[in-house]
Design a protein around this ligand. Structure first.
Ligand code: DX5
Ligand code: ZN
Length: 214
């Protein structure tokens, strides 16, 4: 079944605790946490204190998306803060293999992400080291953007490669995902849909989660 990972970036930050439990009640399996450093992406968001505050307060899988330069420096801290999955960007790592190994050594699921302009084939050498690949469907940095249609083909290409190699690696997609394009992404091979605006800004969040899954 398709998993939904609402992005906390779109929540009401003055009521984070209530927002988290509300989204859990709405039926989400994962909770997507976007960490930005203002260097790898042109924006800043939040860091360890927020992840730590959420840890233990929800049964949702804490899906931490590190949009930071040289994420290898912060794997231990991110794991200790409570991450269940840590995603790093291929473009941000000096040694992606070592970083992915460090994530697994910390007892956390390892994921690798590529930006829209990075060919999906660039992750092929790392597939054995990953539990999930995150294909960005917008330029990372901001919520509320429109999905770049060309990225959908990357999902299809990766799905084919994973099937060919009989690897059970999840494919996650992130950015501009709505009930209108979710079906196409799932049909292309996506397992996990990240959704910020389309869930948190919806009047009925449970209906929004169900619509994405449908
Ligand atoms: C963008 C982040 C996304 C973002 C998604 O850099 O990685 O997770 O919060 O938000 P929407 O769903 O609004 O595009
Ligand atoms: Zn994200």
């Amino acid at each position: 079944m398709t998993k939904i990972s609402p992005s906390l970036l779109a929540c009401d930050f003055s009521r984070i605790g209530e927002e988290v439990s509300d989204i859990e009640k709405a039926g989400a399996e994962y909770l997507h946490l976007d960490v930005m450093d203002g260097v790898f992406v042109p924006n800043m968001s939040f860091g360890f204190p927020i992840i730590e505050a959420i840890k233990g307060k929800t049964k949702m899988v804490l899906d931490v998306h590190l949009m930071i330069t040289e994420p290898g420096r912060y794997i231990k801290e991110t794991a200790a803060a409570g991450a269940d999955i840590i995603t790093v960007h291929l473009e941000a790592c000096r040694d992606a293999a070592a970083t992915l190994r460090a994530i697994r050594e910390a007892g956390v699921r390892a994921a690798l992400s590529v930006k829209p302009n990075t060919p999906v084939e660039a992750v092929y050498p790392y597939l054995e080291l990953t539990d999930m690949i995150l294909i960005m469907t917008v330029e990372p940095g901001y919520g509320g953007q429109k999905l770049i249609p060309e990225t959908i083909e990357k999902v299809r290409t990766l799905r084919r490669e994973l099937d060919l190699r009989s690897l059970s690696v999840e494919i996650e997609v992130d950015g501009g995902i709505t009930p209108e394009n979710a079906g196409t992404l799932v049909e292309a091979g996506a397992d996990v849909l990240v959704a910020g605006s389309s869930v948190f800004r919806a009047a009925d969040r449970a209906a929004a989660v169900a619509a994405l899954r449908a």
